[in-house]
Design a protein around this ligand. Structure first.
Ligand SMILES: Cc1cc2nc3c(=O)[nH]c(=O)nc-3n(C[C@H](O)[C@H](O)[C@H](O)COP(=O)(O)OP(=O)(O)OC[C@H]3O[C@@H](n4cnc5c(N)ncnc54)[C@H](O)[C@@H]3O)c2cc1C
Length: 344
């Protein structure tokens, strides 16, 4: 348990939360999993270390449940920071509503300044037109936080029951928001601050999810190398295999420590204090280290490691997008460089 092995990072309430998250199981659709998470009270986490503790265990047991968990957080955080639509937030945190977070567009990926979705006034309300893509949980959502442009400024809106279409991405529920003069409620006139603050809060927990996937891969690999015999002995007797296992353990600890440090920095920050660089660094180090652990797990499973449906093959597909979404690794390097050197 993280709270026992890294007590420097936690308070007593985190240990109780971790025990609950470790025992939590849910099955079925994203909607079923969100409902179960809400009923268990797991969708109402206040600090970043709590997000990390929950995600570590959800990702270990069921990456899809982890996705259900974190997208609710991505949807609720901008609304809460803007003090907007408290009834939507209450429903989402209770698991009664599935939310999505709509930032990315076909021409606005890493560079979100390219957002083209337009917001226009319609009497006393608003209408949005444009396409958001690669939006997690879009096919299942009841409402979406959407970033759009009005008179040259990117603001934030909420769309109830948005029109959506499905995109095929392995091990995820992903889709588009197909907005065409779709009614919307304005959340905030200025949206980028909300979007970046949301990512700053959630990025370290991506590292925690990656570490959860890596911990599962290491456990599965330990079982495999102890039971699979080649050259007259278990694989675990071979010196190179032993070295690889030690390397995996080192990378798992690197992933764990980097993400916990980023969470701790975020939680210790003064109100309004930015932690862009430490959040970026925690996500970057943890997701890259977790990818190495899982790649080695596949390697040590041999052919069984790439057999469709094997656990390590699933983990390989599950961990890969974590190095892309919420800031690709290469983009996070620029965030860290800007923090050290200032912007060019
Ligand atoms: C599984 C999954 C779930 C997602 N969920 C959501 C969601 O819920 N909501 C949402 O809004 N978005 C979501 N996304 C979108 C995600 O945030 C984007 O895919 C990501 O920001 C990268 O944008 P892009 O795909 O357009 O790649 P691009 O921006 O085209 O970048 C491609 C690659 O170019 C390199 N690159 C780009 N810019 C730089 C730079 N400045 N310096 C160095 N290298 C650079 C990086 O290697 C990068 O991976 C999700 C994506 C995936 C894969």
């Amino acid at each position: 348990m993280l709270t026992a092995s890294h007590p420097w990072c936690f308070q007593p309430e985190h240990a109780a939360l971790e025990a609950q998250a470790a025992a939590f199981r849910a099955e079925g659709s994203i909607r079923d999993r969100v409902a179960a998470l809400g009923a268990a009270g797991l969708l109402a986490q206040r600090d970043t270390r709590s997000l990390a503790v929950v995600r570590r265990h959800l990702a270990y047991h069921a990456p899809l449940t982890d996705l259900a968990f974190v997208i609710q957080e991505l949807g609720c955080t901008p609304l809460e920071r803007a003090s907007a639509l408290p009834e939507v937030v209450a429903d989402a945190r209770a698991g009664r509503r599935v939310l999505a977070f709509g930032l990315t567009e076909p021409n606005a990926g890493s560079d979100v300044r390219g957002i083209e979705t337009r917001a226009e006034r319609d009497g006393g309300g608003w209408r949005l037109t444009g396409t958001k893509h690669f939006i997690s949980n879009a096919p299942d959502c009841d409402g979406a936080v959407v970033f759009a442009v009005h008179e040259g400024t990117v603001g934030c809106w909420f769309v109830d029951e948005p029109p959506t279409s499905v995109q095929a991405v392995a091990a995820h529920s992903i889709g588009r928001l197909d907005l065409h003069e779709t009614p919307a409620i304005r959340v905030a006139e200025k949206g980028f601050g909300l979007a970046f603050a949301t990512l700053e809060r959630c990025r370290p927990s991506v590292g925690a999810a990656a570490a959860g996937l890596a911990a599962r891969a290491l456990d599965e690999t330990l079982r495999h190398v102890r039971t699979r015999h080649q050259f007259g002995a278990p694989l675990a007797a071979l010196p190179v295999v032993r070295l690889r296992i030690a390397e995996m353990a080192v990378d798992l600890e690197l992933a764990t420590l980097s993400t916990l440090h980023a969470c701790w920095k975020r939680d210790a920050a003064a109100p309004g204090e930015r932690t862009a660089a430490s959040s970026a660094l925690g996500k970057l180090v943890a997701t890259e280290a977790a990818q190495r652990v899982i790649d080695m797990a596949v390697q040590l499973h041999g052919g069984a490691g790439v057999e469709e449906g094997s656990l390590v093959e699933e983990l390989y597909r599950a961990v890969r997008p974590l190095r892309i979404y919420e800031g690709a690794t290469d983009v996070l390097y620029t965030v860290i460089a800007d923090a050290i050197l200032g912007q060019p």
